[in-house]
Design a binder for this molecule. Structure first.
Ligand code: GAP
Length: 464
């Protein structure tokens, strides 16, 4: 079972401390969200899983962390200043403003009219100004990056030479990106500030690029599987030419069933694009156009690569898997959502998160909070587990309530310390999904939990 709709997750996320509407004390800020104590853990666990899977488990990928604000020329030559546009129209009747590609049957979503203004481009890069400058000083203009990818391209040579890399190899980066979205919405699905996990995989111009796109699609399907996403809720969309970014020769989107209640349930979770050699060429000082003129008179570097075996110099092509942290978190929450009825006929929410993603791995609960020996033992167990896994101590309710709260936030194990524990040095370990209970010696507890906290299986990644 998965969540029946996004609203179910919005309410759970707020109730249990995953995600709060941002700036709430001032009436909120449209489509901005703050991640609470459990949300930040979940996001970190997603990012760590991704980083471990690509940068540590493989041998062909390096990581970087570039600036969010880059030289404005990066965005000129990447094409973003000229083309990173949404096309907008205004409804003449209700004055609403909409993205052309989101209008269905030529009808205004607000009032139903079909009386539109001419479509015009709106650049969605968020602007800022650097330094103590006059408001109208054009040289101070800078952008908050709309993708993490460009920080990778402009560091291609730095990484390749310092890490002595030969093709094929990749560079991964995770971090915030910003877009002045015209129609943000659907909770954390589309926001103006979001986080991306992008990887640029550099290959020879003669590589089998389309096969490499398929390869990375398969790899990401496996990774999403390891995060607990049901394959049934994922769908591959071969993006047609007229919908692709200008730099892409092929893009496959992995879509997730974010709207199970709708006739069209799918929305993009991530994209895998063959970006050709567009970006490395565009940022290079030596690249010439058809008339023999430098395409980039501002660049001081040539981002080409010398291939020793063939003694050829060329601009590598790029396969780019680009995923969103927030969309992954939303998909994970939706897929993990389930309900179960207890003996009393009450419905309980259980968040069946993959153990590697669960914000808290074990909750230590004293059965009697007015008994100092039991409380002392429970707190000591919490402290002893903390170095190996994220554990919390909780005595803020009766045991039934405490179990229900941990089930709802996806904690795989509840450990109960009772009167008997003081005698036999053992505790009860309760499984989130089955509600079954085992009696385990305190001395064996850490090992017992660690064995059962393995991520869902993922096929071992191999290098190409
Ligand atoms: N470098 C290529 C690139 O940025 P994209 O398809 O525009 O491609 C990649 O973005 C991913 O970033 C998306 O699949 C989505 O997961 C995430 N993303 C993009 N815009 C977003 C937004 N406004 N809010 C939340 N996530 C977004």
């Amino acid at each position: 079972m998965a969540a029946p709709n996004i609203d179910t997750i919005v309410s759970l996320a707020k109730r249990r401390g995953f995600v709060f509407p941002s700036s709430e004390v001032y009436g909120g800020l449209g489509s901005a969200w703050d991640y609470g104590p459990l949300g930040v853990e979940l996001c970190n666990n997603v990012k760590q899983s991704w980083w471990r899977w690509l940068v540590y488990d493989r041998d062909d990928i390096e990581g970087i962390d570039s600036s969010i604000i880059l030289n404005r020329l990066v965005w000129k030559y990447s094409g973003h200043e000229a083309t990173f546009n949404d096309w907008l129209v205004d409804c003449r009747k209700c004055k609403g403003r909409f993205r052309v590609d989101k209008i269905v049957d030529n009808k205004c979503p607000s009032c139903g009219s079909s009386d539109w203004t001419e479509a015009r481009p709106f650049n969605t890069m968020l602007q800022t100004k650097l330094g103590a400058v006059a408001d109208d000083d054009p040289t101070a203009l800078a952008y908050l990056r709309p993708e993490t990818a460009q920080g990778i391209f402009i560091n291609f040579l730095n990484v390749q030479t310092t890490m002595r890399r030969k093709l094929p190899f990749g560079i991964a980066q995770v971090g915030k990106s910003f877009r002045n979205e015209v129609t943000p919405g659907n909770f954390i699905l589309r926001t103006r500030e979001f986080e991306q996990m992008e990887m640029e995989y550099f290959v020879s111009p003669t590589a089998e690029h389309s096969n490499l796109v398929d390869y990375w699609v398969e790899k990401y399907l496996e990774w999403f599987g390891s995060l607990g996403l049901d394959r049934e809720n994922l769908y591959l969309y071969e993006v047609p030419e007229d919908e692709r970014a200008h730099y892409s020769k092929r893009t496959v989107d992995i879509m997730y069933r974010y709207f199970p209640e709708r006739e069209k349930p799918w929305e993009e979770l991530m994209g895998i694009a063959w970006r050709t050699d567009f970006d490395l060429s565009a940022h290079s000082k030596n690249k010439l156009d058809a008339e023999g003129k430098r395409i980039n008179p501002d660049s001081t570097e040539d981002l080409s690569y010398f291939d020793e075996p063939t003694k050829q110099r060329f601009y590598p092509h790029v396969i780019e898997p680009a995923a969103g942290v927030n969309r992954t978190v939303l998909a994970v929450l939706m897929d993990a959502y389930s309900e179960k009825t207890n003996d009393k006929g009450e419905t309980r929410v259980i968040l069946k998160l993959s153990p590697q993603l669960a914000p808290i791995k074990a909750a230590i609960l004293p059965l009697a909070k007015n008994k100092p020996e039991i409380v002392g033992m429970a707190k000591a167990i919490k402290r002893s587990l903390q170095p190996v896994l994220r554990a919390v101590y909780d005595d803020t309710g009766g045991i039934g309530k405490l179990y229900a709260r941990q089930d709802e936030i996806g904690t795989p194990f509840c450990i109960t310390v009772d009167h008997q524990s003081l005698e036999d040095e053992a505790v009860t370990v309760r499984d989130r999904d089955t509600w079954e209970q085992d009696r385990i010696k305190v001395s064996d507890l850490a090992e017992h939990l660690q064995k059962r906290l393995k991520p869902f299986p993922v096929t071992a990644p191999e290098s190409i």
